[in-house]
Design a protein around this ligand. Structure first.
Ligand code: MTE
Ligand code: MO
Length: 497
């Protein structure tokens, strides 16, 4: 072994960096499990056909004889494993994930930078091919349940070195790459990128496998620290002879304190998130939303799937309205339905289905990305929102555009509504769709007319439209957080990933 490596030690920056990393990883794992629980099924293609998943968690069985929605498929998860735990706390789980990711990445970049700046890289990066046979020897030693002799343990044995290098330089970047590939905005703009992973479900599946590897790594790493390093430290502490007694005691105490602090922070964060969902949502939004807008906000969709890519059984979220108003209109083929556009516009309008059909028609075959995790591909046709806006001419003060739906029983007495910023609906693939796969919109997918905005996750695309309002401030809409899901389920309003 390179003699230099014996003198590397553990500089203070390395310890702090390590602590921050562990702090982040725990949050990422726990919030990741929360996100997974909302659609605990993984697939290898973007059709997400029921029964086609390669792995599934939870015991729920979906009915085959009637409509079910993806909300019915969500599973509960214990707060011991997930943050914040519970049922459908997806909004808070995502906020934790996206709050921590930037910190984790910055910390990781500092780590790699300092590794190379200080020569510490020799700890991690193998400099000889002999590392592979040597690592194999270590595997054999561990299988025989003995611990490699201390002399060959400094700073790391070859197996450790290989695993550490793999985690830092392969697993970490892969998690970032497959995480990014789940942003609807990014993959709508660069469809080739997500194709690298075999689609969004491929990226999601690989992200999950990475998560499992990460958990495995953290567990073995911590076990090793507790089983091997702690006893050695204690032994040296008690020997107290020579130079190693005091540093060993310091190492033991600081590592123990760090672990206790980590657990304490997690318990506190979990309780806080569960008890103060609204205030957590507000605080997280200050960080998460600007970052999301900065990285994904300006991307325009450039998706063009082929007709034969269309998903045969597209998932549904949100049951069709059952009430008299909606029924009556449905019975006459929505002949009496009018889409009202009002608020801060020069020219309020009432458009019938045939008015919409007479306007320039746009057709697009695109992927739908539900925030819960499933996807589906369909051809949607309708009128560009920007075209309609040209006719009604927004007033200067108008900043937000609100889409309102018919009352659905699951949300009664309220109704579903979502808000987009006016500049977010300028994408030509943002349309008021009245056709799906060449037919009038089916009931379950939003008849007679629904919004499609291809750079956002699905909850923004209001189905069963009744009216559209232009407003100056979010305070004028619901509780003021940007839509029904934001108001009631604590989602954030940018929805680009
Ligand atoms: N009116 C209304 N629109 C809605 C919803 C809803 O519950 N009600 N669910 C949203 C969510 S979360 C998703 S993923 C998509 C699902 O569209 P689909 O049912 O056509 O697949 O619709 C969105 N629009
Ligand atoms: Mo969704």
């Amino acid at each position: 072994m390179d003699p230099n490596t014996n003198d590397l030690g553990f500089p203070i920056w390395l310890r702090i960096n390590h602590f921050i990393n562990l702090f982040c990883i725990f949050f990422l794992i726990r919030s990741g499990l929360q996100i997974l629980a909302d659609h605990p099924k993984l697939y290898w293609n973007d059709h997400c056909r029921p029964g086609n998943e390669w792995v599934k968690f939870g015991k729920k069985k979906m009915p085959t004889n009637r409509l079910f929605t993806s909300l019915d498929e969500a599973e509960d998860v214990s707060p011991i494993f997930a943050i914040p735990g519970g049922h459908h706390n997806l909004g808070a789980g995502r906020n934790w994930h996206f709050l921590i990711v930037p910190l984790w990445i910055v910390n990781g970049l500092c780590y790699v930078g300092l590794l190379f700046a200080t020569g510490q890289w020799r700890r991690l990066i193998p400099t000889s091919w002999s590392i592979f046979p040597e690592a194999w020897q270590s595997v054999l030693t561990f299988i025989s349940l003995s611990i490699p002799p201390e002399s060959s343990f400094h700073p790391y044995d070859p197996l450790q070195q290989l695993v550490y290098a793999g985690v830092v330089f392969l697993l970490g970047p892969l998690m970032i790459a497959t995480g990014l590939a789940q942003s609807p905005a990014l993959i709508a703009r660069y469809p080739w990128y997500v194709a690298l992973f075999g689609g969004r479900q491929g990226a999601r599946s690989i992200h999950f496998i990475g998560l499992m590897l990460m958990i495995l790594y953290v567990l073995t790493h911590l076990t090793m620290v507790v089983l091997i390093h702690f006893p050695r430290d204690v032994e040296r502490m008690f020997s107290m002879f020579g130079p190693s007694g005091l540093p060993a005691m310091m190492a033991f105490i600081s590592a123990s304190l760090a672990l206790v602090a980590l657990i304490g922070i997690h318990i506190a964060a979990t309780l806080y998130t569960r008890r103060h969902q609204r205030s957590f949502q507000e605080h997280a939004a200050k960080v998460v939303e600007p970052l999301m807008r900065f990285f994904f906000g300006k991307l325009r969709s450039r998706q063009h799937f082929a007709r034969q890519d269309v998903t045969a059984m597209h998932h549904v979220n949100g049951y069709p309205p059952e009430n008299g108003d909606y029924r009556r209109m449905a019975e006459t083929g929505f002949h009496d339905w009018r889409l009202r556009i009002g608020g801060l516009v020069e020219q309020p309008m009432e458009l019938s289905l045939s008015d919409l059909q007479r306007m320039p028609k746009r057709e697009q075959t695109v992927r739908h990305n539900c925030i819960q995790g499933w996807t589906g591909i369909a051809t949607w046709a309708g009128v560009e929102v920007r075209e309609v806006l040209q006719h009604c001419r927004p007033k200067p003060g108008a900043r937000w555009i609100v889409f309102h739906a018919f009352v659905q029983e699951e949300y009664a007495p309220d109704h579903y509504y979502e808000v987009l910023r006016l500049d977010e609906v300028q994408d030509p693939q943002t349309i008021l769709a009245y056709e799906m796969n060449g037919h009038p919109l089916p009931y379950e997918h939003g008849a007679p007319c629904r919004l499609r905005v291809e750079t956002k996750v699905g909850y923004k695309m209001v189905k069963y439209l009744t009216h559209i309002d232009l407003v100056a401030s979010l305070d004028q809409v619901g509780f003021g957080y940007g839509g029904y899901r934001e108001d009631h389920q604590f989602y954030e309003k940018v929805a680009s990933i």
